[in-house]
Design a protein around this ligand. Structure first.
Ligand code: SF4
Length: 359
């Protein structure tokens, strides 16, 4: 969607979003620090597109999705959905906004009430937000079950009577009940058998086409994100380090962390697989309670420079539609802006060790 985004309107705008969880100690639970789960991230999602959000477990991607929907109260930042400020909305307004923004959760087993029937689960948001009578509600429940490929005859069954894939379909039907515009899909296939994953992803794609939905698709499965996303954002230790169109990101990753992540993805072509150059990162991910000074990737980056340990790189656009937080490119971008040269080429020239697409 490198070009598609130019003609589409932004649906969701996130600016400087921070989600810190306080660390307390002592008898009086005095605050002694923060876990910086999401630390100053900004991005836009355009109407009808899917933005993939990838990164290792614990990088803050699920927290980011929940903070956007205000399932957590963010520490700072701005989230605008369809022109309405989600974070500034008082409780009554937020409740009125809820139908437009929904979430599909990772574990359908845990996210569905085991004591409610399928009809009860799917119909619950209708009870909360609509004045439909009993017959209208049942008609809507059947319509939603049809949409997600569930047999209407099973409306009075309980979640434990379904397979994992079917349970996720129930979760999707529930998310669709109030005709949302925007859905956060939080690892929606991670708990499913591999054979079922493609079915659920295909269903999400079909629903997006037929209902004009916009997705934030959170996943650690880079192959699946490549399949479903139009653009992809890569998160590391609470920050977005690279954001680009899917093809740009997968064909020519620029950030050293993205290069390492993608180098771990097996190639379907056996010839490409034998020549795959795996980049092994050394060390552990630092604690989000105590991130390193400067670039948050500097403790593991194979291309670290002195400046990286002192100065935090800013997240900026280095080529049209390609955003990055890395000093390798920022120095190049400044040079390019002064000389009129292509910043990507300048980066390669300035850093002889840098090879684009090394992954
Ligand atoms: Fe590596 Fe430095 Fe770029 Fe951070 S800023 S990713 S440490 S080269």
């Amino acid at each position: 969607m490198a070009d598609g985004t130019q003609t589409r309107l932004p649906l969701l705008e996130v600016e400087g979003l921070k989600m810190y969880f306080p660390i307390t100690a002592g008898l009086f639970r005095k605050k002694v620090g923060d876990v910086k789960a999401v630390d100053d991230i900004s991005f836009t999602i355009f109407e009808g597109e899917t933005l993939g959000l990838v990164g290792e477990s614990g990088c803050g991607k699920s927290t980011c999705g929940r903070a956007i929907l205000r399932l957590y109260e963010p520490t700072e930042g701005r989230v605008v959905l369809g022109g309405e400020d989600v974070l500034a909305a008082p409780p009554g307004e937020l409740r009125a906004m809820r139908p437009r923004m929904q979430m599909v959760f990772q574990d359908p087993q845990a996210s569905l009430n085991p004591r409610m029937t399928v009809a009860g689960i799917i119909g619950e948001p209708l009870d909360e937000h609509t004045t439909l009578n009993r017959a209208q509600k049942l008609a809507r429940i059947y319509e939603l079950m049809d949409k997600v490929g569930l047999n209407r005859d099973f409306a009075n069954r309980y979640p434990h009577e379904f397979s994992g894939g079917q349970r996720q379909r129930i979760g999707i039907a529930r998310a669709l009940a109030l005709n949302p515009k925007f859905i956060v899909c939080d690892e929606p296939i991670a708990a499913l058998d591999v054979s079922i994953q493609a079915q659920v992803v295909n269903l999400l794609e079909e629903l997006q086409d037929s209902l004009g939905l916009t997705y934030l698709f959170i996943s650690h499965d880079l192959s699946m994100v490549r399949h479903i996303a139009d653009r992809v954002a890569v998160m590391y230790l609470g920050r977005i380090v690279e954001l680009a169109s899917r093809d740009d990101l997968y064909d020519a990753p620029m950030h050293p962390y993205t290069q390492a992540l993608l180098s771990a993805v097996p190639e379907p072509d056996p010839n490409a697989e034998t020549s795959r150059n795996r980049i092994i990162l050394k060390g552990d991910v630092p604690s989000p309670a105590n991130p390193p000074k400067g670039c948050n990737f500097c403790t593991r980056c194979p291309k670290v420079m002195d400046i990286c340990r002192e100065v935090e790189p800013t997240f900026g656009e280095v080529t049209p539609g390609h955003f990055l937080a890395c000093h390798l490119y920022q120095e190049a971008a400044v040079g390019a802006a002064n000389s009129g040269a292509n910043p990507e080429q300048s980066a390669s020239l300035q850093d002889p060790n840098f090879q684009q697409g090394e992954a």
